[in-house]
Design a protein around this ligand. Structure first.
Ligand SMILES: [Zn+2]
Length: 309
């Protein structure tokens, strides 16, 4: 049937999920979005690239379609990004080569984290100098794999030959962990953000030669306490601090519009209560407020005891 043919999205027909003109595809009934901006059914293609399926034929976007019968899976793309296992290995080695500066440590202590919490959560300083030496060493260990790890890319040297290095403004490097505790990315708290620049950005080399964009993922702080109450917030460092200080496992969404990403995991661990905790000024922004209300309604409809905090 005609709908089983996947077409790449274009500038004229961009992806209805992420709004971008490339990388994603659609067959008229389903959309295969490769950016994962919230919800959808997560799958992997033959090349190990992650994509998310949505149903779009009913005039709206179904973020959780059931009865997915696809005669032909979406074409595998060089998704560029390495698998979570490879990301974790490379990133673990990477952070092992970095240290935490005294001023960054003091910054974290001032936020209420103890020395042992700072050690446990493995914050580092993203340095300005010595980058190619570190990237070269990782390239020696992992070969081409590091070209598929967000943050790393190839820079052209004076002699015209490329060498590996990494991107990102100097700042505090904050590990972003998946549900299994693996490091699948980093956020950077930039030391001196320029005017209009956000204080926190992903460690990403998107758009650079041999570079890769970061995955928009939830962050699950390391935690071994009770799972009957879960708090959900926005901001990785905030989630770490909240987990450490309150003893309530606090997850971070990559954005308030990405709340659907949390549903599959919540469904699995079935907490008695989910506290949704966003900045009070969120409620001033109508679009954000709509997302929060929809999130809490969805939690309540799933008997997950969602409440705003
Ligand atoms: Zn998309």
């Amino acid at each position: 049937m005609a709908y089983s043919q996947w077409r790449d999205v274009t500038k004229r027909n961009p992806c209805p999920i992420c709004g971008k003109p490339d990388w994603c595809s659609t067959n008229g009934i389903f959309v295969c979005c490769r950016r994962g901006d919230g919800g959808g059914i997560e799958r992997q293609d033959k090349s190990g690239g992650t994509y998310w399926l949505y149903r779009v034929d009913a005039g709206g976007i179904d973020y959780n379609p059931n009865n997915i019968e696809i005669s032909e899976p979406p074409p595998s793309k060089d998704s560029k990004r390495a698998t979570p296992d490879v990301l974790h290995k490379v990133y673990s080695d990477f952070k092992g080569m970095l240290s935490l500066s005294q001023s960054h440590k003091e910054n974290l202590l001032q936020r209420g984290l103890s020395e042992s919490e700072i050690t446990l959560r493995e914050y580092k300083t993203l340095p300005l100098m010595g980058r190619s030496r570190i990237a070269r060493e990782l390239g020696r260990r992992y070969g081409n794999d590091i070209c598929h790890v967000p943050g790393f890319y190839l820079k052209e040297g004076n002699n015209g030959k490329s060498y590996p290095t990494f991107a990102g403004r100097p700042g505090i490097l904050i590990p972003v962990r998946n549900f299994d505790g693996k490091i699948v990315g980093f956020k950077i708290r930039i030391d001196k953000p320029e005017e209009g620049e956000p204080k926190y950005t992903w460690f990403s080399s998107n758009g650079r030669p041999g570079g890769t964009g970061a995955v928009n993922s939830l962050h699950f702080p390391l935690f071994d306490g009770p799972e009957n109450v879960i708090r959900i917030t926005e901001g990785e460092l905030k989630a770490d601090i909240s987990t450490a200080l309150s003893g309530i496992w606090t997850w971070s969404l990559p954005g308030v519009n990405s709340w659907r990403l949390a549903l599959p995991v919540l469904k699995e661990i079935k907490p008695e209560k989910v506290l949704v905790s966003f900045d009070a000024d969120c409620w001033q922004n109508r679009n954000v407020a709509n997302h929060l209300v929809a999130f809490i309604e969805e939690l309540q409809s799933r008997q997950l005891g969602g409440e705003s905090e």
